[in-house]
Design a binder for this molecule. Sequence first.
Ligand code: GLN
Length: 492
Amino acid sequence: MSLENKSASYIFHLLKKGGISARELLKDCRERFNERDHKLNAFVATSWKRAEKKAKKIDEKRKAGEELPPLSGIPIAIKDNMARRRDTMTCCSNFLADFYPGYSATVVEKLEKAGAVIIGRTNMDEMAMGSTTEKSAYFPTRNPHDLHRVPGGSSGGSAAAVGGGIVPLALGSETGGSIRQPASFCGVYGLRPTYGRVSRFGLVAYASSLDQIGPFAADLDDLWLIFCHLAGKDERDQTTFAGKDLKRMGENFDPPGLRVALPREYLEKVEDEEISKRLEHVCVSLEKAGVKIEEVSLIDPIRALAVYSVIATAEASSNLARFDGIRFGPEPEGVDNWEDFIKKSRAEGFGEEVKNRIALGALVLSSEYRKDYFDRALMVREEIRKELEELWQRFDLILSPATPTPAFELGSGMEISLQKYMSDILAIPASLAGMPAISLPAGLNEDGLPLGLQLMGPMWSEPLLIDFAEFIKQITGFGAEVKFRAEGGSGS
Ligand code: GLN
């Protein structure tokens, strides 16, 4: 029995009833992995033996009549920047090529406790810096809907693993869009939680005032299920906060009367007519259902993108200083002093993109430029946050496209142009403001490529985002597009 396209909740239900064993589930997942991943390249490491052991334990527990936690037996993939004891963690960087963390990230511990079976680590742009997964030190990941196209990034491996039907759930991380953008390119749901909702203990830091861990799923109930397991205060991460109740409205959800803002400046960034049409279609359906939709004007997201590139690189230049080549990293030959050792190790260990960002970050923090760049960026960030806070006095949610275009071609002109950075533009404002946002599929275009929309909400509004996404799914029929098109797309 193939469980592709079945939700985690359904699979768990089946397992509990004895309709399938955890080991059979794992075998089913492995078959799809074997069939697809040599083309997709979504994974950089797998842990089948460990997964097998875990599945066996779950089966024994079930036979003994023990209570099973709700992710029991569910195969899950994690991005390669989250620590797991006795596993590798490379951040897809040569710098960490043989690094084994001695502990597990809080999210990994939580998933394991909930019964999840972690099958492997997914590809990403080196150190989470990029929008295509082409910046991985290993190889690019491909889009399951069209192997000639990128899956987005930096969590492209996780998005492709879910979109390509290998696993029903995966973890990603984002600083400025790295969950939502790849989710939208791969046709699945991706959630960026409120800043402080999910512990980052054990996540390799890129830009600490922005980083968040979040899930990918093909089903909204699954997204909610895993999110509830990830959320919560963690003594080991002082940015976490208990936050508001994790409660969905469920049957009491009452969309008529909800007020949705449609920011003009976001709509103007769209370069693909079909994306605009899908958004329009969703708006018409929502209005018919009694939802109030109003166009508003917000700070141009191009400013948010500029602010992001200053703040994220500044923080990265400081966070990445820990990679000094001493405890890990390439050991350079022919150097006889400490300074040259570090210089050479960093020069060899990091790829171009990472080095460029560290240099840019150091520049915007330098005495000469700090005032003009870093300080100003902080001011604009605060303006963006305030403007959104004010908007929540009048509106419940913001609806927009997720990205200006669908997935672009691998190694295309995008690779060298600013376009690549532009693909995150609509995701960045929520990141800067620390507010939650979800990207949701809105069908495929003529070439079979997924199109995506985004919902943003106030702090702690994840339950509303997921309820509203479910409502959109119900009234439009747009849901996740899990597919593996081995032959490549018709449009490429
Ligand atoms: N693509 C963006 C960047 O390269 C976002 C990365 C991220 O969210 N980790 O900075």
